[in-house]
Design a protein around this ligand. Sequence first.
Ligand code: NAD
Ligand code: UFG
Length: 339
Amino acid sequence: MNQYVLLTGGAGYIGSHTALCLVRAGYNVISFDNYSNSSPEALKRVEQLSGKKIITITGDIRDQAALTAVFSQYSISAVVHFAGLKAVGESTELPLHYYDNNVAGTVTLCRVMRHFNVKKLVFSSSATVYGDAKEVPIKETSARSATNPYGQSKLMIELILEDLVKAEPDWSIALLRYFNPVGADSSGQIGEDPNGIPNNLMPFISQVAVGKREQLSVFGNDYPTPDGTGVRDYIHVVDLALGHLKALEYLEQHKGIEAINLGTGVGYSVLDMVNAFSTTNQVAVPYKISARRPGDIASCYAEPSKAKTLLGWQTEKTLEDMVRDTWRWQSQNPNGYQS
Ligand code: NAD
Ligand code: UFG
């Protein structure tokens, strides 16, 4: 019988790139997604790019019966759990919705996995669990905290999964703490397609460049950083996808739970990103300096050596790759998957 890897939230930005990476590596992939923040078109394009079939199931991770039906029908060896809501601002307005979707959804997923004795799980965590870290680069052992319901939901899930492994040591779980994912597959066929006004820097820059927005607001230039603007660890989504493949291979051999940073270890400022984007792509990105965004931190970048030691993974893409691939996707699909 064929073995499958189940991707919850497989149609999303990181899920679709990971689906492409996994099918190219020979895995059979099932996506389980409610399309609350994605389009079925993304995985159709993954099928076109790879020439491989992806089983797509429309469903919600909070729906135990729907998940049970999938695990009954297919032999699933591992789960990569992307499904979740991720807008920080929205999470402060709709905390119950975020806790229900992200936390309760994960508990339901784990319950069904346990019932079917599927105990390999890769979880999409986030550098947000470090809160306002005291020191950069940030190690996995840094103290955890959260400043908004989105971040709390990720932190709570990490704690729940740690308790699960304490109680049942035969689970194999990787908590992948992503830094700032950007970029797109080099085909320009799949990419990040946010609803409405983008919250994140890179989609905002690319929508300004393509003429959909007038100018970028740079949120603060008085941080204690080299040019005063916020510094982040931007990681190409194709490198990030490969990190999931490596994590699945690692879980084949190891039980227990590991938190692993997925970042480059290098921080770039907002103005570095604007300059790299306009220089590499030869497009103008008009911007103005505005007030700091509440809740933002000055500087956040990874100490990425644990991923190298444990998974044999490190990033390969450059800043130029990130901005060039973002622009290829945006300029070829000015309205995302609606284009
Ligand atoms: P995304 O919104 O593009 O993808 C998430 C997918 O999950 C979407 O396809 C959405 O429709 C689906 N989904 C949401 N709730 C669901 C539910 N209840 N049942 C079934 N499907 C559901 O986001 P992304 O950027 O691909 O992020 C993937 C994961 O990585 C998320 O858990 C996110 O919190 C985490 N993460 C993202 C970032 C980032 O900046 N993109 C950074 C750190 C962590
Ligand atoms: N920024 C601007 N203008 C914008 C958008 C962002 O100047 O229009 C600045 C921010 O102030 C920050 C940097 O660009 O200095 C990056 O901001 P993003 O919103 O792209 O990313 P964050 O680091 O704030 O947060 C992201 C995700 C979180 C996740 C975190 C760590 O949104 O969910 O990375 O992984 F937790």
